[in-house]
Design a binder for this molecule. Structure first.
Ligand code: HEC
Ligand code: HEC
Ligand code: HEC
Length: 100
């Protein structure tokens, strides 16, 4: 009985993990205000492959936390695409990404 329950729980958790796109919604806290990055919007809606971002642009939280907006202007982190060409630019659109 106990074993069956554990099996069901494992199955349920597995199912939830598969329903999430990539890394799911990632909250990035920083001085400009919290940023919510949506994998669903980038992978499903914008049609981007994982390899466009991983591992070059985003390896782990430590790596991206070191990125400043100035670095973004040089094409790092979100700035690789959010340059006003591939996607909306970061310069006039702070609130698209930062929640105050
Ligand atoms: C548009 C860029 C982009 C694409 C495309 C993308 N990711 Fe991510 N991913 C990110 C960012 C940004 C983070 C958060 C930064 C970090 O912690 O590395 C992240 C984090 C993750 C994480 C860690 C989640 C966490 O909570 O720390 C996993 C796992 C992941 N991505 C898997 C995937 C997979 C699988 C795909 C393809 C289905 C994918 N990603 C596509 C940008 C992207
Ligand atoms: C590989 C290219 C790429 C990278 C890297 C990337 N984006 Fe995007 N992003 C897009 C595209 C393409 C769209 C859809 C077109 C548009 O909105 O301009 C988009 C849309 C968005 C949107 C609007 C849709 C939504 O999710 O609400 C937000 C916000 C956003 N990106 C935030 C970010 C943040 C924050 C990062 C960095 C952590 C990031 N993006 C990195 C390509 C990228
Ligand atoms: C495309 C999404 C996006 C847009 C648009 C954006 N930012 Fe950011 N910003 C981020 C992310 C993500 C970080 C954290 C660095 C990282 O994780 O890569 C950050 C970090 C910061 C930081 C802390 C690091 C530093 O540079 O001092 C400040 C301050 C900031 N942003 C201000 C702004 C302002 C002001 C604007 C508008 C002119 C803006 N941001 C537009 C995504 C964005």
């Amino acid at each position: 009985m106990k074993l069956a329950l554990i099996a069901v729980l494992v199955l349920l958790c597995g199912g939830v993990a598969f329903a999430v796109v990539g890394g799911g919604d990632v909250t990035m806290k920083n001085k400009g205000g919290t940023v919510l990055f949506s994998h669903a919007n980038h992978v499903d809606a914008a049609g981007l492959k994982c390899s466009v971002c991983h591992p070059k642009l985003f390896k782990n939280a430590k790596q991206h936390k070191a990125v400043t907006m100035k670095d973004m202007g040089k094409g790092k982190s979100c700035g690789a695409c959010h340059n006003g060409k591939a996607a909306f630019g970061f310069k006039d659109n702070c609130k698209n990404c930062h929640q105050q």
